[in-house]
Design a protein around this ligand. Structure first.
Ligand code: GDP
Length: 290
């Protein structure tokens, strides 16, 4: 079954390129091949259907621009619709800002917080990190250890159970000293009400400039639900996809992008603090479908 589903975009495109006539049947076949590839990469069913319809409609109704053949025109539509599906890469400004990190436990939130600190530090900005994860034992030590390695200060108190208190105390102090402040928050294994309530409160008192959601590349259809809940709660404006160095194709993260109407800002590509990359849609498309 999986072998059948494995037909890639490249194969689909090659198939189309080999056809003598690009008619309705050829477009239907192309769309079917695309659907298989996308669904097997964990892209949300609704998104796939939407994309299929858009490609079909445009391929059959739009006239190719002057000088462009039908084949080339159809391929251009496929590419444009795939890029649209992915959203434009999220903006990352190199200026003073506060970033609030959201996501479930195990998504890679703490590691990614430290990676981001490293990214902004390398760009010449003064960075401070606040550990507002008072839920998971050892969270502060983990973040502090990572931050120590790159000489980034980490505000927190492993004995303080109240995350809001930590933010209230740490944020004004750090805002005087640092340009970019990244707040790591608690995660849980599931979307519990307490988790959402706390991040809503932290968002309110911190007036963060950005609220970024950390999503594990291995997440399939659950990515939609997570993204929707966090987005409703605090308004997510960027998605970070972790563990792209693994075998997962990251299709679930596209659902997160669609739910939050934001874009992917960074990709996590390994366990070390340097393994963070800005999002490149072309690379992502080829991985997703290759
Ligand atoms: P948190 O519970 O969301 O804070 O998750 P952690 O930051 O503790 O990460 C959970 C696990 O995922 C750790 O073992 C990390 O080393 C690992 N991890 C995080 N990001 C990546 C990544 O991009 N690639 C790989 N291979 N592992 C990652």
């Amino acid at each position: 079954m999986l072998d059948n589903l494995g037909t890639s975009l490249k194969d689909a495109v090659k198939k189309l390129a080999g056809k003598t006539v690009i008619d309705r049947a050829a477009v239907d076949e192309l769309v079917r091949d695309l659907q298989r590839a996308l669904l097997s990469a964990d892209v949300n069913v609704k998104l796939v259907m939407h994309l299929s319809q858009a490609i079909k409609q445009r391929a059959l109704e739009e006239e190719p621009p002057k000088g462009m053949g039908v084949r080339e025109h159809v391929l251009r539509i496929v590419y444009q619709e795939l890029v649209r599906l992915m959203g434009t890469p999220g903006e990352v400004a190199l200026e003073p800002q506060t970033i609030l990190m959201a996501g479930l436990q195990g998504s890679g939130k703490t590691t990614t917080t430290a990676k981001l600190a490293r990214y902004f530090q390398r760009k010449g900005l003064r960075v401070g990190v606040i550990c507002a994860d008072t839920f998971r034992p050892g969270a502060y030590e983990q973040l502090k250890t990572l931050c120590d390695r790159i000489s980034v200060p980490c505000f927190g108190d492993p004995k303080e159970p109240d995350a809001l208190k930590i933010v209230r105390e740490g944020l004004p102090k750090y805002r005087k000293l640092y340009e970019v402040i990244i707040i790591d928050t608690q995660g849980r294994h599931a979307l519990e009400d307490n988790l959402i309530e706390e991040i809503v409160n932290i968002n309110e008192i911190s007036h963060a400039d950005h609220r970024w959601l950390v999503i594990d590349a291995a997440l399939g259809q659950q990515a939609s639900e997570q993204a929707r809940r966090f987005h409703e709660a605090i308004g997510i404006d960027g998605v970070l996809v972790t563990k792209m160095d693994g075998t997962a194709k990251g299709g679930g993260s596209l659902s997160a992008v669609a739910e939050t109407q934001s874009g992917i800002v960074f990709i996590g590509s390994g366990e070390t603090i340097e393994d963070l990359e800005r999002f490149d849609p072309d690379g992502f498309i080829s991985r997703l479908l290759g």
